[in-house]
Write a protein that binds this ligand. Sequence first.
Ligand code: ADP
Ligand code: MG
Length: 247
Amino acid sequence: SAVADLLLSVDGVTVDYSGFKALDAFSMTLNRGETRVVIGPNGAGKSTLCDTIIGRVRPSDGRVIFRGEDISRLPEPAIVGRGICRKFQAPGVLPMLSVRENLALAARRDRRWWKSVGIGIPAGDRQVIEETLELVGLAERADIPGGQLAHGEKQWLEIGMVMATGAELLLLDEPTAGMGPAETSRTAELILGLGAARSVLVIDHDMSFVEQLGAPVTVMHQGRFLKQGSIAEVRADPDVAAVYLGH
Ligand code: ADP
Ligand code: MG
């Protein structure tokens, strides 16, 4: 049923920065296994939406429901523990560690990397790590320090790190930032290859990327819900056009 498929519900969420509403009674839902793209001009509130879902920012009104539970008052580590993981707009790959070690840390969900590195990779994580290396196309680069990767490869490693946590809901904030067309296409393929076991909320404003993903689109503007539909529907919408032309 529709209710059983519902994974995430953002329900009338307002985020208030001293009177300025970065989110203004914003609502959206995401089903199990669904990939959805959130677009909107700069400052629309897209990153604030991710911050709120992951518990970094507290809504002054509304709720975030994940798997039927109100998570909007939980601290970030508890939300991560429930199965949500976020990739930030700026890459957070640890430059001195190899690609494989970066994935190993993510698989342990352990930020105390200096402890983890000495211990080595637990057997239980090895399969996850090798599968992830294949999925993000970095198997050949597994032993290279993260800092030596090309920009696009770093982004793919980060998507891999988010996957390796085993989270059911992945939040990807501008995964194609700074990429050229070839890298952008590869990123779309990679996200489409994640399969139905994951739900993905992708934030981006690169329309060719959004088209390649072919996923349903939610449009935000000034912290509010503006429109929702297929990419073609959203493109044809006069309100959406007005928002982007006015930008
Ligand atoms: P987007 O990711 O869509 O570009 P953001 O969510 O980053 O938009 O920001 C939405 C609005 O909230 C912007 O106008 C931004 O300046 C403002 N904003 C974001 N974070 C803060 C903050 N910590 N304090 C005050 N205003 C903020
Ligand atoms: Mg942003």
